[in-house]
Design a protein around this ligand. Structure first.
Ligand code: KG4
Ligand code: ZN
Length: 330
């Protein structure tokens, strides 16, 4: 079964074609991040305008020399996300479904990040599993018992994980998006930094997170220090260390409590290699398989939407589907 997946929830315009929920046949992603760089973050109006400009070229490239008769269904991320951006993908998917007379499958964007781990990997995640979604807009810990049973365990009380990276990067005079910048700066740090930032809520008796205090701690440290390149590098490393400690501790506690055999990570922050290494080391000791999206699939993409659609089959009437910016978990 071949499914076309469309993703326009934020600042990426993306389309992919996936066979049987696993094999990527096409994956086209266009990002307006260069525009967002100028403003230091995503401006919803600009993101929506770029979605309008990009959707037809992205779909054309995705479908180039592909016989649409071989597409069995259209899928689209219908929320959560930015209203103007979402509308572009949802309306395009509805139009294609009606004009090509194909079934339409609605996908929760966050489930798409979970299913990015089913794409192209050698070993597939096994149920029950714990999923950690960490992106610019989300930090969510989810218990997944099967393809239909997703239970939200906790999330951030303030900034999202990627947002914390972006804000700390700004304080360190790095450009947007801040995650890759912080990772690169921290790479040169080979010894202990001697800096210890707080690990907010690391021992709290729930699966929630809070990152705004960490950002404030970094800002206060910088305000009291004489900045040098070496110190900026140490701060970047110590921040990454602190945020990783919290993410690992909470994910580990959830996986032990629910006795899962797999942990999957998704969302832009999982592109971070330091974080990947730390997760792999920890979970290997616990004999729990940890899965990350393949290269390039951590960020928003259409293939993950098509993969989620294949396994979840949430068929909808194209006439009735609406974008749901505030969609979360049932
Ligand atoms: O999933 P994503 O592309 O878009 C959202 O749905 O938000 O995530 C973007 C976020 C940004 O906050 C960005 O700074 C962060 O992912 N990010 C990273 C890295 N690459 C992207 N954070 C840490 N390390 C990275 N290498
Ligand atoms: Zn996302």
């Amino acid at each position: 079964m071949k499914i076309l997946g469309i993703e326009t929830t934020c600042d990426e315009t993306a389309a992919g074609i996936v066979e049987n929920g696993k094999k990527i046949l096409r994956n086209i992603v266009s990002s307006s991040v260069d525009f967002q760089k100028k403003f230091g973050g995503v401006v919803p109006e600009i993101a929506a305008r770029e979605q309008v400009k990009s959707i037809i070229p992205v779909l054309e490239e995705c479908l180039l020399d592909f016989d649409v008769r071989h597409i069995d269904a259209i899928s689209v991320a219908y929320g959560p996300g930015l209203a103007g951006s979402l509308l572009v993908g949802v309306e395009s998917a509805k139009a294609l479904a009606v004009s090509w007379d194909k079934p339409l499958i609605a996908v929760n964007h966050l489930f798409g990040h979970v299913y990015s781990n089913w794409l192209g990997g050698e070993t597939l995640p096994e149920f029950p599993l714990v999923a950690l979604i960490i992106s610019g807009g989300h930090t969510d810990l989810i218990l997944v018992k099967n393809h239909k049973d997703f239970r939200w365990l906790g999330g951030t009380l303030d900034d999202a994980c990627g947002e914390a990276f972006d804000k700390v990067a700004k304080i360190l005079d790095l450009s947007y998006p801040g995650g890759p910048e912080i990772e690169e700066l921290a790479l040169g740090q080979k010894t202990k930094t001697g800096i210890f930032f707080p690990r907010p809520m690391i021992s709290s008796d729930n699966f929630d997170f809070s990152f705004s205090g960490l950002k404030t701690a970094v800002a206060s440290y910088i305000a009291e220090s004489k900045m040098t390149f070496e110190l900026r590098r140490k701060i970047a490393f110590a921040f990454q260390e602190s945020i990783s400690d919290v993410l690992i501790a909470k994910t580990l506690r959830a996986s032990q409590k629910f006795k899962v055999s797999s942990v999957v990570l998704g969302g832009g922050v999982t592109a971070n290699n330091y974080l990947r290494r730390r997760f792999s080391d920890t979970f290997e000791k616990e004999q729990i398989n940890v899965h990350f999206p393949l290269n390039g699939l951590s960020v928003d993409n259409g293939s993950m939407i098509a993969a989620a659609a294949y396994y979840q089959r949430n068929f909808v009437d194209p006439i009735k589907l609406s974008a749901e910016p505030g969609l979360y978990f049932e």
